[in-house]
Design a protein around this ligand. Structure first.
Ligand code: EPZ
Length: 434
């Protein structure tokens, strides 16, 4: 296993190029199954989750090839309904296969997605939508089996207790595009990743109205064609680099982004004193107010609210801002696994239910810390950039699932970050069995 060693204290500077969005690309790999023709996806981030999805599609019978570092070709002439347990278990996003399989071959057998450290992640809304469309669904030995031979267009309310569901909306959308009649999805997610999925599906010949709103109308068509589609930039990666500049009080240019996708995140940064200025349509300059940052309040909500995928990183930033900041999780109320690790670095954070109360301003000290999921990994690295001394981040395979070349990009911004084998750990930090 590998670890990252970070030597804190450098103010980062320079340009960073943002990769394509993981959370747009993964459902789009699944969407390629909706046509028997060839689909080309460009600007796909080079991540382990993407490679897993490619392996799953191959197992399902598609011809999948990587034409370049960020370009994939998917040719699903023949598709079978059984998704492989071992691969699906590793990646929750594979639940997005249900909709396209049921639409294309009227059948799907997809293992229940694995648990996740960020909290309870049911799929009841995914299954509710398919059932309301007439699908017969059973759970046999942990495998969700769907018979979609009788799918019909209906009006569905797909919102849940925590608001809209991103991949639930994607699944229902992809089940509806080949279902005769007009299906409506009320309470649908309006994340940019869903808009991008609609853009791709419309290129394939789908008839969809309302992309970007909470009400989607889908008129089913006979068949869909292949297409070539360029994945949108990753707004979560972009915001993570914006906070890496903020936490080191550095000054960077973030390139290849869609500034309009930052939603409430940009507002919170502005209020705290992180100055964002976009001079060109796809780049943003970032620096911090000369007299320092102010504490801030965050409530995570579905888009355009503050993204839950940025809460851990914002928590790390708040640790360096004098005063009390409050971060409330409304999407995944127990998504606070990063906090015990930040405490190891001297952070002062208390948890009251789904609220993290951060008393910021005391310098952080480098320490060996453990990543628990991909966004917590990013948060611990950001904390390491600001901490005094060295921080060692374990289990960085989490990071590689969702951030392309994170350590290389940070090094190019002047951060002292090194990827090392676990054996490089100082003896004091090694487990006794080593
Ligand atoms: C997507 O997950 C993202 N993943 C997540 O990003 C992101 O955190 C999440 O949306 C919220 O924005 C991908 O797009 C691959 P949800 P998803 O269904 O679709 C509840 C990352 O770090 N819910 O929008 O699985 C659920 O428990 C990952 O990149 C139900 O109750 O999330 C949660 O509270 C982590 N029933 C809320 O809805 C359901 O059937 C939002 O979940 C489905 C969801």
């Amino acid at each position: 296993m590998e670890i990252l060693r970070i030597k804190g204290g450098n103010q980062i500077s320079g340009d960073v190029q943002i990769s394509g969005s993981k959370n747009a690309a993964l459902p789009q790999f699944a969407a390629a199954l909706l046509s028997a023709e060839e689909t080309i996806l460009e600007n796909v981030p080079d991540l382990s989750d993407i490679r897993f999805m490619g392996e799953i599609l191959t197992h399902l019978g598609a011809e999948v090839s990587k034409l370049g570092p960020n370009t994939w070709k998917i040719y699903p002439a023949n598709v079978q309904p059984n998704a492989p347990y071992e691969l699906v278990r590793k990646m929750r996003a594979s639940i997005c296969l249900l909709g396209p399989l049921v639409a294309r071959i009227k059948k799907a057998k997809v293992p229940m997605p694995g648990g996740c450290v960020i909290g309870h992640r049911p799929i009841d809304l995914h299954l509710l939508a398919l059932r309301q469309m007439g699908a017969e669904i059973s759970l046999n030995q942990g495998i969700v089996e769907v018979d979609g031979s009788g799918l019909q267009a209906v009006d569905i309310f797909i919102g849940g207790r925590h608001g809209s569901t991103v991949t639930g909306t994607a699944n229902a959308l992809m089940a509806a595009v080949l279902t005769p009649g007009v299906t409506t999805l009320d309470g649908a997610a309006c994340e940019p990743e869903i808009v991008d999925l609609c853009t791709m599906l419309i290129k394939m010949g789908a008839r969809i109205d309302g992309a970007g709103s909470h009400l989607l109308k889908i008129e089913g068509v006979e068949k869909l064609n292949g297409c070539t589609h360029r994945v949108i930039p990753d707004r979560i990666e972009a915001a993570t680099y914006i906070m890496s500049a903020a936490i080191t009080r550095g000054k960077i240019r973030v390139k290849g982004i869609t500034p309009g996708h930052l939603g409430a995140f940009a507002k919170v940064m502005h209020e705290s004193g992180v100055i964002l200025s976009s001079n060109e349509e796809d780049s943003m300059d970032v620096h911090t107010r000369a007299d320092g940052l102010s504490p801030f309040e965050v409530v995570t909500l579905p888009y355009p609210g503050f993204p839950t995928d940025l809460q851990a990183q914002a928590c790390a930033l708040a640790c360096t801002v004098p005063g009390l900041s409050i971060l409330t999780e409304r999407v995944y109320p127990s998504r606070f696994m990063h906090i015990p690790e930040l405490l190891r670095m001297g952070a002062e954070v208390s948890l009251e239910g789904a609220n993290a109360i951060v008393r910021g301003g005391k310098p952080l000290n480098g320490a060996p810390v453990m990543a628990s999921d991909l966004r917590a990994s990013a948060a611990l690295i950001l904390a390491g950039l600001a901490a005094e001394g060295e921080t060692w981040v374990h289990r960085i395979y989490h990071l590689d699932r969702g951030y392309e070349s994170f350590d290389n990009k940070l090094r190019n911004l002047g951060a002292e970050v090194e990827r090392l084998p676990e054996t490089a750990l100082p003896p004091t930090f090694r487990s006794p069995t080593d």
